[in-house]
Write a protein that binds this ligand. Structure first.
Ligand code: GLN
Length: 317
């Protein structure tokens, strides 16, 4: 049996230092620019964090820089909706299958008669937001914020500059929201839902926040720092299933091949990997590959997974 760490020790610390050293100067990829704010974030920023279920953690680089959570938010909204409606309703109304298309694809929707297939493409994420039981946009937002705060163990806030930048340029997502409604997969007012979705993407987090949020999933839904439950234990496996199959959009297979872990990325440059029952890895580096995933974040996760035997397939990796 290959050894895996279960707490921060010198091997873990060395692996983090090595990952930073190896990939900090990697120049591949480009910041997202379709959301103007994201193009202005310094590309050289790079941070990596790891947190074990016992709450011990190690961090290197720019782990206190606040960046936009973007698509990683989809994981935590899903968590709350699963608690409200249950996994069967979620799977029948949205699904857990890859679209094989980019995260904002309209073609994918048309091909499946409006069924989004999974909650991590933009269509599925907005459909997920629409499933929240709420009468007003504020009530919808309050539920989302409360859940995110439980995962992070502190009060997170929206970066208003990101929100404004994204709200002014999100015509494509608004189109997707209307299309969902025309097919019967939008369960609340489409423009209200799109605005709440845009707001959730604009929440500011640090790599340190993200690793706590991931460690909460690794720890069966209980935040290892605060000891508070953020999601029901029975809903953790459905969330990790979605991350395994759809976390990095149309290159999720490549990611799993190399890292062997449920993951989730965001166009803000964040990336999260969860080792169930063991730990979470979070990384932040703004330049993205063509699918929209942090280049340095993926390299760091792959390196740590290999070095520390974290892959779920580690016996053979
Ligand atoms: N807010 C972004 C969008 O809707 C999130 C996309 C992402 O991170 N992949 O386009």
């Amino acid at each position: 049996m290959k050894q895996r760490p279960t707490t921060v020790d010198t091997t873990v610390k060395q692996a983090l230092d090595q990952a930073l050293q190896r990939f900090a100067s990697n120049q591949h990829g480009k910041n997202a620019s379709y959301i103007p704010y994201l193009a202005s974030v310094p590309s050289h920023l790079f941070g990596i964090s790891i947190m074990f279920c016992d709450g011990t953690h190690a961090e290197v680089g720019d782990t206190e820089y606040a960046f936009a959570i973007e698509s990683i938010s989809k994981v935590f909204t899903l968590a709350h909706v699963l608690d409200e409606v249950g996994p069967e309703a979620l799977r029948s109304k949205i699904g857990c299958d890859p679209t094989g298309e980019p995260f904002n694809s309209v073609i994918a929707l048309e091909l499946h008669k409006g069924r989004p297939l999974n909650p991590f493409v933009n269509a599925g994420a907005m459909a997920t937001v629409s499933l929240l039981e709420a009468d007003t946009a504020q009530a919808r937002w309050d539920q989302i914020q409360t859940t995110y705060n439980l995962f992070a163990g502190r009060g997170l806030t929206v970066n208003d500059e990101v929100y404004q930048s994204e709200a002014k340029t999100n015509q494509h997502n608004r189109g997707i929201a209307w299309l969902l409604q025309s097919y019967g997969y939008m369960h609340a007012d489409p423009m209200e839902v799109c605005a709440v979705y845009t707001r959730q993407c604009s929440v500011a987090i640090t790599c340190h926040d993200l690793v706590i949020m991931g460690a909460t999933l690794a720890n069966g839904g209980v935040n290892p720092i605060t000891g508070k439950r953020a999601v029901q234990a029975r809903n953790v496996a459905p969330i990790l299933s979605e991350m395994t199959l759809n976390g990095l959009y149309d290159t999720t297979g490549d990611w799993y091949y190399k890292v062997g872990l449920p993951g989730k990325s965001g166009v803000g440059g964040g990336i999260l990997a969860v080792v169930p029952g063991v730990c979470a890895i979070a990384a932040f580096g703004p330049p993205l590959d063509v699918a929209g995933n942090s280049v340095r974040g993926q390299l760091a996760a792959e390196y740590l997974s290999r070095t520390l035997n974290l892959s779920l397939l580690h016996e053979f990796a």
